[in-house]
Design a protein around this ligand. Structure first.
Ligand code: NAD
Ligand code: UDP
Length: 319
């Protein structure tokens, strides 16, 4: 029987077993993509992808992006990299290698296969921003030698590589700067603020607010972010980004703690702990470019997204 080419688009998701990657795999499978999920399980969880294992269009590969990977694909979503400060700081050399060598390997793959490649960049490229809200044209305020630098500078160097592969080799790049995103499938011991506060509240333990709690973040629900990933990957070839993706509603960490205590009905008390070094004081995306170029804006209010996330962690604790 002659070989018949499968017409489903083939998408590679690096970091596919992580929080965002697992939601992306789910959406791509729903949209009839052939999905290769590549992960070294540094922070990823098998339970995030266990529902897909029997799907004939899903393939799981244990691989580290710091080593080359050869495959034939149409689209690459480069998400591999620990995202939580305690995790990316626990092996900072590997974090930089993952961002930089990972970008080189995946860009080389995109160059050879002619694939579109999306980079999961971050609001951390702005560091502790002196411009508020953050616009894409702002170059940032980043400490190059601090504890967050392995992540911030690794992601900045990855952006440099993306734009050089675009200019030098015409690679079809899409650079997306993600602002704090939360939702089901976050690791319960991830160390990021939303998962920490919810897990603490559900166990009636103290809520650990770092510093004064007056620092701000803007939280995007994961479903909104995945919409933006797909829109960006399907955007016209002349659209490279960088584009901010996040929810511009800004909250202090104290407001977040109070909201989570109230939504969980917890008896937890707020306690104050030292502020980590170089912790950004404020963060809020300007999403004008996303609105104009991708026709995207977030739809989920913090309270609604938190209710979904709390329900997920409740189930997790019962399992
Ligand atoms: P996550 O830690 O849940 O997922 C990262 C995944 O990458 C994990 O499955 C991990 O095992 C895998 N990974 C790490 N190093 C790897 C390597 N060398 N080779 C192969 N796989 C590797 O984090 P997340 O929140 O899902 O973040 C996904 C991406 O989005 C990251 O690149 C992160 O920098 C970016 N991002 C996330 C946020 C957010 O708020 N969630 C914000 C900004 C940027
Ligand atoms: N934070 C906190 N308590 C925690 C975890 C984090 O007050 O248990 C604060 C942290 O200092 C930062 C904000 O919450 O100001 C967001 O932290 P996260 O680690 O989620 O991500 P970041 O945006 O700093 O990368």
């Amino acid at each position: 029987m002659p070989y018949k080419k499968i017409n489903q688009p083939r998408s590679l998701v690096t970091g596919g077993a992580g929080f965002l990657g697992s939601h992306l795999c789910a959406r791509l499978l729903k949209e009839k993509n052939d999905v290769i999920c590549l992960d070294n399980f540094y922070t990823g969880q098998k339970r995030n992808i266990s529902d897909f294992i029997t799907n004939p269009y899903f393939e799981l590969v244990r691989h580290d992006v710091t080593f080359p990977y050869y495959v034939e694909v149409d689209r690459i979503f480069n998400l591999a990299c620990p995202a939580s400060p305690p995790h990316y700081q626990s092996d900072p050399v590997q974090t930089t290698k993952t961002s930089v060598h990972g970008a080189i390997n995946m860009l080389g793959l995109a160059k050879r296969t002619g694939s579109v490649i999306l980079q999961a960049s971050t609001s951390e490229v702005y560091g502790d921003p002196a411009v508020h809200p953050q616009v894409e044209s702002y170059w940032g305020n980043v400490n190059p030698i601090g504890p967050r630098s392995c992540y911030d500078e690794g992601k900045r160097c990855a952006e440099t590589l993306f734009f050089d592969y675009y200019r030098q080799h015409n690679v079809k790049i899409k650079v997306v700067r993600i602002f704090n995103t939360y939702g089901p499938n976050m690791h319960p011991n991830d160390g990021r603020v939303v998962s920490n506060f919810i897990m603490q509240a559900l166990q009636n333990k103290d809520i650990t607010v770092y510093g004064s709690g007056l620092q701000t973040r803007s939280f995007c629900y994961v479903d909104d972010l995945i919409d933006a990933f797909l829109l960006a990957s399907e955007s016209p070839p002349d659209f490279t980004g960088p584009v901010n993706i996040g929810n511009p509603s800004e909250f202090t960490m104290l407001e977040l703690a109070e909201k989570i205590i109230s939504l969980t009905g917890s008896s937890s008390k707020i306690i104050y702990m030292p502020l980590p070094l170089d912790d950004p004081k404020q963060r809020k995306p300007d999403i004008t470019i996303a609105k104009e170029k991708l026709k995207w804006e977030p739809k989920t209010a913090l309270e609604d997204g938190l209710k979904e996330t709390i329900a997920y962690f409740r189930k997790f604790m019962e399992a």
